[in-house]
Design a protein around this ligand. Sequence first.
Ligand SMILES: Cc1ncc(COP(=O)(O)O)c(C=O)c1O
Length: 392
Amino acid sequence: MDFDPEQLNAFVGKPALHLPTPALVLSKPTIERNTTRLLDDVKKANISFRCHVKTLKCGEVTRLMLGGDGVHKKVVASTLREIRGLLPLAREGIVEEALYGLPCRPSALPELDRLSRDVGIQIMIDHEAHVDMCEEYNSRTGRSEPWSVFIKVDMGSKRAGAPLDSPRLKELVRRAEGSDAVRICGFYCHAGHSYDCKTTDAAASVLHEEVNAAHEAADMMSSQDPVCISFGATPTAHVVSSLSASLPARVNLELHAGNFPANDLQQLSTGSIQPSDLAVRVLAEIVSVYPERNEAIINAGTIALAKETSQFPGYANLVDAPHWNAGRLSQEHGILVCSEEQKEDASKAFKIGQRVFLNVQHACITSANYGWYAVVDEQDVVREIWYPWRGW
Ligand SMILES: Cc1ncc(COP(=O)(O)O)c(C=O)c1O
């Protein structure tokens, strides 16, 4: 069993450095600044917003991402567990629409149908068999309500989605328009490849490609009903102010993003944020030092950090000495190595028991491995413990 809430509450009011290790430490002021910045940009762009809840998977952050007092009411989730976790916010009226953001599957429909009694459910489709699936479910269960669907368009990232230039996207639109079991509410592009951008100009050009791709797909509809075009990823969301699309009145533009409250080294690599925007750190301890190979070992490995990379070397780096990075990881421990340019003596830099904060490469994946988050203020004092929605 992990620590119980009583043990964890004993750390409230104490410096984060005193936490048991490894610990995931969130800076609430940084999360607030990051969300305010993005929501201000959304407001200036005069578009709607859907937050992805997969990064920190908890009610506290979702509330902030939606503007605190329910300015925005739409979310996208990657697991059914996240949608179950959102229900208290739905009961409060803070969340009205939850899009299950993976291409849907037959085994998920019964639960999504049940959840739709408490929150507006939308599903993602990218194959004609998804329409068959909804028809089969509705005729078998007597559900009369059509499923609200977003059609996922692959505009280059080769993850989910029917490719924009494939004849089957047109066929899917035609098939969905002709079915009583689904109702197209929008087209969804997610430019995962925007993470390869190194400048804000490059991200801005992916943003425009995303919007144009979703718009081109929406034009395949024969009906002129209102339709939503959903686009974004945190690197492109950071440049949403550059948006200059002029679209027909029936089109409602919606930005979606999820990582932005947290940020991480992958976001820093895109050039769209500053080191002071990193809200997530892992606290670990030096458990041994190896003078003969100028390395040290910490009690945080693949599970505590995640084996993700970016242009920053290693799988994580030290907040106060970024020339030291976790260069090799095993399950529960990581090896700190020093960059070639800034050779520092490990024996002088570290001693056993010393606590170190690490920046992580990909906050979404790292955070998913923790059962609780220590939430700190500007002075790095623990003020709250948050419990994420774990599992599927
Ligand atoms: C389908 C989908 N939409 C939105 C997002 C949010 O992207 P980001 O975390 O870059 O903001 C993701 C993230 O992986 C995603 O998979």
